[in-house]
Each structure stands twice: as structure tokens, then as C-alpha cells.
Ligand binder design. Structure first.
Ligand SMILES: Nc1nc2c(ncn2[C@@H]2O[C@H](COP(=O)(O)OP(=O)(O)OP(=O)(O)O)[C@@H](O)[C@H]2O)c(=O)[nH]1
Ligand SMILES: [Mg+2]
Length: 191
């Protein structure tokens, strides 16, 4: 897909803040610090659009980005970061579950997993939930530039075994590896 425009539209802290124009949405989900905002920026070719940071738990709202005036990317807060308070953790669960279960515009969920590690308990829970609820989804294995090709191959095999029903795409926001594959999945979902 050729990206001709990409702009931040709004941050939503609850359902009343969601966009109301009916455009379809591609959601980015995964634990804190896994690289959601970086993936989104890399796909859109705009470095600072979604804020990235070394401080896990930075994104606390659902952030909407309008792409080509046609559809939205939604950047969800990361889960599983131990140092955020219990209230925030509870709010994450509610916000994400509300969004995933109620949102009619949701067309594809992109679940991010760190390519260096086997999926965590929470990664598996989210995956099971998406499969059980028949939500179209793919898995993107992030930070693939950080492993040797041997090690990467091994961990991808592990991820495939743990998440057998998903298409799994290795990605690097640093090099752009995997970009065409992810765009192809997004285009398919939107077509
Ligand atoms: N080497 C490398 N670093 C990456 C990659 N993707 C993300 N990072 C780094 O990982 C850190 C976290 O990235 P973010 O994109 O902010 O992660 P996030 O999932 O949006 O984090 P939260 O918003 O806190 O949930 C940043 O320091 C990024 O630069 C990648 O593909 N390769
Ligand atoms: Mg983020």
C-alpha cells in the first residue's frame, strides 16, 4: 500500500471517545515495550507519529491514526507491565476487552510478540481469546534484528508451536524487514 497521508486523530480513554465515522480499524496489541508504536511508525514511514519510549507502559490510551483518509491504525496500551498500579492494570483489561469485543470497525488485530522469547502467559491468553472469539488476527514477531538468524529461526519455531493458528511474520522496525508482508495482510483484511 502506498501511504499518502497518516495523521494522529485522537486518544481514547473509554468507549465514549472512540471515533464515530465508521471507518475500519487495524489494531496493534501486545505487551508493554514489545514495539507496537515502532511497528506502526515503521509501516507508515513516519518516525515520531506514535510515541515510542524505553519506559514500558508509556501508551495508556487507545490512539487512533487515520491512514490515507481511509482507515485507522489503533495503538493499544501494552499489557503485562508489572510496575504499573493495579488500577491501571484493571483499566487496561477493561479498555482492551471493551474495544476488542465491542468494536464493529475492528477488521484485523495484529498481535506483537517479542521474537527473542517464547510467548508469555498473557500473550497466550490474548491469542486464545482472539482465536476463541474468531477475530481475524496475525502475529508479528518484533525486534528480529536483535537475534542471529539461527537463534531467530529457533524462536520463530517456538512461537509457531505455541500459537499454531496464526500467520507469524518476523519484523524489524529498525530495518523494515517484514514490512511488505504485514502490509499484504492488512490489504487483504481491508479488501
Ligand atoms: N532493535 C529494535 N528495537 C526496537 C524495535 N521495535 C521497537 N524497538 C525498541 O523497543 C522500545 C519500545 O518500543 P515501543 O514501540 O515504544 O513499544 P510499545 O509496545 O509501543 O510500548 P508501550 O507503548 O509502552 O506499550 C523502544 O526503545 C524501541 O526503539 C525493533 O524492531 N528493533
Ligand atoms: Mg506504545
Amino acid at each position: 500500500m502506498k501511504v499518502t497521508s497518516a495523521e494522529f486523530t485522537k486518544s481514547a480513554f473509554n468507549e465514549t471517545h472512540w471515533t464515530t465515522d465508521g471507518r475500519r480499524e487495524i489494531a496493534f496489541l501486545g505487551r508493554s515495550n514489545v514495539g507496537k508504536s515502532s511497528l506502526l511508525n515503521s509501516l507508515l514511514g513516519k518516525k515520531g507519529l506514535a510515541r515510542t519510549s524505553n519506559t514500558p507502559g508509556r501508551t495508556q490510551s487507545i490512539n487512533f491514526f487515520l491512514v490515507n483518509g481511509e482507515f485507522y491504525f489503533t495503538d493499544l496500551p501494552g499489557y503485562g507491565y508489572a510496575r504499573v498500579s493495579k488500577t491501571i492494570r484493571k483499566d487496561w483489561g477493561k479498555m482492551a476487552e471493551d474495544y476488542l469485543s465491542k468494536r464493529r470497525e475492528l477488521t484485523l488485530s495484529i498481535q506483537l510478540i517479542d521474537s527473542r522469547h517464547p510467548p508469555s502467559e498473557l500473550d497466550r491468553e490474548l491469542y486464545e481469546w482472539l482465536v476463541f472469539n474468531e477475530k481475524p488476527h496475525i502475529v508479528v514477531a518484533t525486534k528480529s534484528d536483535k537475534s542471529s538468524s539461527n537463534k531467530l529461526k529457533k524462536s520463530l519455531d517456538e512461537i509457531r508451536i505455541a500459537l499454531p493458528e496464526s500467520t507469524i511474520i518476523p519484523y524489524s522496525s529498525l530495518t523494515g524487514k517484514g514490512k511488505d508482508d504485514v502490509w499484504r495482510e492488512i490489504e487483504n483484511a481491508l479488501s
